[in-house]
Design a protein around this ligand. Structure first.
Ligand code: PLP
Length: 463
């Protein structure tokens, strides 16, 4: 039904007017275009179809870890439709039925946390947490405890504020100057360890490196530490044992608020638990989330806090400044929480947290088997259906393969009808990790297809 003649007009209109995210346009613009922009026209389950009618297995959940429950979910569409007819919007300072019901459901999965602040992108959710930290610093500490620590290789969003906390240099290059008061701490990627340690000892050492930064900056100037539980675009990095308990200990020791960015890991992606931090027994003060919250069926993001944070904004009715002086216009849309509630119900009813663990373990095994076969795979890692394979030209030196070669593997998988991803260029030699994040409904057959495509592509590109 979608492959009518009009699709050519759509492609022309796209080529002429749409500015696509995160891509060079030169190949498909100008007088002699070498390629067409890709337009995805339809999706069902794990599959999508492009403008030429070609079917693809989507191993990246809509490109960026988002469509957790897969495509074509009428239940979510109907929940949104019904809600839009009843009430599409009223500004965020008032409540809404889906806002309240989704918040109750979400908080039931997040022991220790109690308040949900609605917004509409991951970047914005992180900005909200940063603003809360700054306001707390002013209210409680005369503005002094205002610094926000972030980690090398982590990413927290695209706005200038969020980029100020950006640990991926390619994303930041040419956009400075950035906001002051953001301080970088070292990464925690055991495969590329900065210290001659491994396992739990490496994890503890990487956390101690955060303490060293805190001491150098002055603990009374540091308000918060913002981390991804499993780093996404920075290389699919799972922290080793020992890291998180020590991080928690350090935050408590210096009264530093712990902000976990669950924009990618949140809502089932890592399996078993609803959130990535829950694998590590961490007790955060802020949790931000976006992508998988409504699986992309509506734009919604949240900054969730504990009662301790909330009370700092609500404990003094006589102070006219004692509230969070912030608004997000589209944080008042009702489609987001309506979709998010239906999304969570699907995950529960279909046992998708369990499926994610089962299929994630299976896929990790398959990637290890590929590693035995292909010398170019230096490391495989991940949690749940959030996996990466780092490509190196030499296993001893760990020299990353050329970025072009990674692009060729991704392109070859694409040509075979399987959409996979790769990490950002970021630091030199950084864009060398293949990324997989199929929807949480993935089956063994889907995973076999993804692995076979990768196997073929690696053979073709590296021999
Ligand atoms: N945080 C993390 C960990 C992300 O990966 C992203 C986006 O990829 C963001 C925040 C920003 O989210 P958004 O693109 O919705 O602003």
């Amino acid at each position: 039904k979608f492959l009518d003649n009009d699709i050519e007009k759509v492609v022309d209109a796209d080529r002429a007017h749409v500015w696509h995210h995160l891509i060079q346009h030169a190949p498909w613009t100008g007088p002699d275009p070498k390629a067409d922009p890709r337009i995805i026209v339809e999706g069902k389950g794990m599959r999508v179809w492009d403008q030429k009618g070609k079917e693809h297995l989507d191993a990246v959940s809509g490109g960026v870890w988002t469509v957790n429950v897969g495509y074509g979910r009428e239940e979510i569409a109907n929940a949104v439709r019904d809600q839009l007819i009843q009430l599409p919007y009223f500004a965020g300072s008032t409540g809404s039925i889906p806002g309240a019901m989704f918040s109750e459901k979400l908080i039931s999965k997040m022991p220790g946390l109690s308040r949900v602040y609605f917004t509409n992108s991951g970047s914005e959710a992180n900005e909200k947490a940063f603003k809360m930290v700054r306001q707390i610093a002013h209210k409680r500490y005369g503005g002094k405890k205002h610094k926000i620590l972030y980690r090398e290789r982590d990413y927290h969003g695209t706005t200038i504020g969020a980029l100020s906390a950006g640990g991926q240099d390619e994303r930041n290059a040419q956009y400075g100057p950035f906001a002051p008061g953001f301080v970088r701490v070292p990464h925690c990627l055991e495969y590329r360890a900065q210290w001659d340690l491994s396992g739990e000892e490496y994890g503890k050492r990487a956390a101690d490196a955060i303490e060293e930064v805190i001491l150098a900056e002055g603990p009374d100037t540091v308000g918060a530490l913002c981390l991804e539980p499993v780093t996404a675009g920075g290389g699919v990095i799972c922290p080793p044992e020992g890291y998180w308990p020590r991080v928690q200990e350090i935050c408590r020791k210096y009264d530093i608020l712990l902000h976990i960015d669950e924009v990618v890991c949140g809502v089932g992606r890592t399996g078993t638990h609803w959130f990535g931090y829950q694998h590590y027994g961490v007790e955060p003060d802020f949790v931000t989330m976006a992508k998988g919250v409504a699986s992309g069926y509506a734009a919604i993001a949240c900054c969730v806090t504990n009662e301790r944070v909330f009370e700092m904004f609500s404990d003094d009715a006589d102070d006219p400044m004692n509230y969070f002086r912030d608004i997000s216009t589209f944080g008042g849309c009702t489609a987001g929480p309506a979709a998010a509630l239906a999304n969570m119900e699907i995950i529960e009813r279909e046992g998708l947290l369990e499926n994610t663990t089962r299929m994630g373990d299976y896929m990790l095994d398959q990637l290890h088997a590929l590693m035995d076969k292909h010398e170019v795979i230096g490391d495989v890692r991940g949690k749940g259906l959030f996996l990466g394979a780092e490509l190196v030209s030499d296993r001893t030196s760990k020299e990353p393969v050329a970025e072009k070669a990674v692009g060729a593997v991704v392109a070859d998988c694409n040509a075979q009808g399987v959409i996979i991803g790769a990490t950002n260029r970021s630091l030199p030699g950084f864009n060398n990790t293949l990324c997989y994040s199929p929807a949480l409904i993935a089956t063994k057959d889907d995973i076999d297809e993804i692995i076979t495509a990768t196997d073929n592509a690696l053979t073709k590109v590296f021999g």
